[in-house]
Design a protein around this ligand. Sequence first.
Ligand code: ATP
Ligand code: MG
Length: 411
Amino acid sequence: MQYTEVMVRYGELSTKGKNRKDFIGRLAGNVTRALQDFPEIEIHPKHDRMHIVLNGAPFDKIDQRLKLVFGIQTYSPTIKVEKNLDAIKKASLELMQATFKDGMTFKDGMTFKVNTRRSDHEFEYDTNQLNAMIGDYLFDNMDNLKVKMKKPDLVLRIEVRQDAIYISNQLLHGAGGMPVGTAGRAVMMLSGGIDSPVASYLAMKRGVEIDMVHFFSPPYTTEKALAKAKELTGILANYSGKINFIAVPFTEIQEQIKEKLPEGYLMTIQRRFMLQLADRIRAMRGGLAIFNGESVGQVASQTLESMVAINDVTSTPVLRPVATMDKTEIIKLAEQIGTFDLSIEPFEDCCTIFAPPRPKTKPKLDEARKLENRLDAEGMIQRAIDGMEITPIYPNQKFLDDKAQEDADLL
Ligand code: ATP
Ligand code: MG
């Protein structure tokens, strides 16, 4: 049995008018991109649903991609048949039988019902007649299947439309959220840790298109730490398509801070520089906000007092998607989205190396400003910006394995 199309139901679409058009247009573009390896597919975005006509493409492969696209609430693989009773019966039976073959475990006495909707009111049978006739037919031709009207295990949906009849019996959950790009652009401060990849995922889920900003400090940080952040970006690109990765050299700033400032303020001042740099890059790239992976109280630099002393450098919105989540909750999400295993690989990033043994948990804003003024902040920021490197990163692109290493050596 071959599904002929996938019916896609939109996510949070409370907004109307032009926004709705943008939403649907973006989603169609993002679905097209996610399915670009299947050129036979046709995508028809309509006002209330999107139809993906498979033209022979395998649904199980399409399914893998589709479930990562934000803006899709639910979707159903569907069979399109001609408008006659025999065709409906035949396809309904095939569909129900295939469902059990394709992994759904059949339980003895499993319950179902048929749910018909008609937009073609000229069709020779009405919804009640179709529900009864197809229900009886399935009941007679399948063993141990019971009809149940309230909360059945399976619902066979029949839609009678002008052009044809569409039959499905699965309602699959999409990624939810809003299509990437509908909420504008922002920069994401991405380390190699557990939290910032999860924050990236959550930002994209709200429709934000992100550029990754990553600070690295050679020779204190290794090539591997940089490759790890890039590879994490490759995993996250599965949810959005290509992401630009911006590597920003941070060595000079860290060395100067360590040399010239008291140890208790190393962390605070480093973070102030990171935020200033992220904000410059945001402005250069037309972004509207900055995202990071901070969680309130998790470490010294993430107390509310620290946020006051650090956030002082900009009035740009700094959004923290995991601010109120426990570490265990963040880890659970990291596992779900596929970044956890890579995040816990032990390659030191620039903050661990210059981390003072006792950073201030309650830094003073005035003190932070005063200390920063002892440095050539503007010069260092400009040199870091001049040294930044932008790499487009594609879904699942690898940077850490041997193959990636060989490719890099050849360049
Ligand atoms: P993560 O798991 O995201 O690394 P963390 O708990 O280790 O988080 P910190 O290392 O204190 O937290 O960093 C807090 C946030 O600051 C990170 O989530 C990230 O947004 C940003 N950040 C830290 N290091 C870097 C870096 N090298 N490049 C870019 N952003 C960074
Ligand atoms: Mg970190």
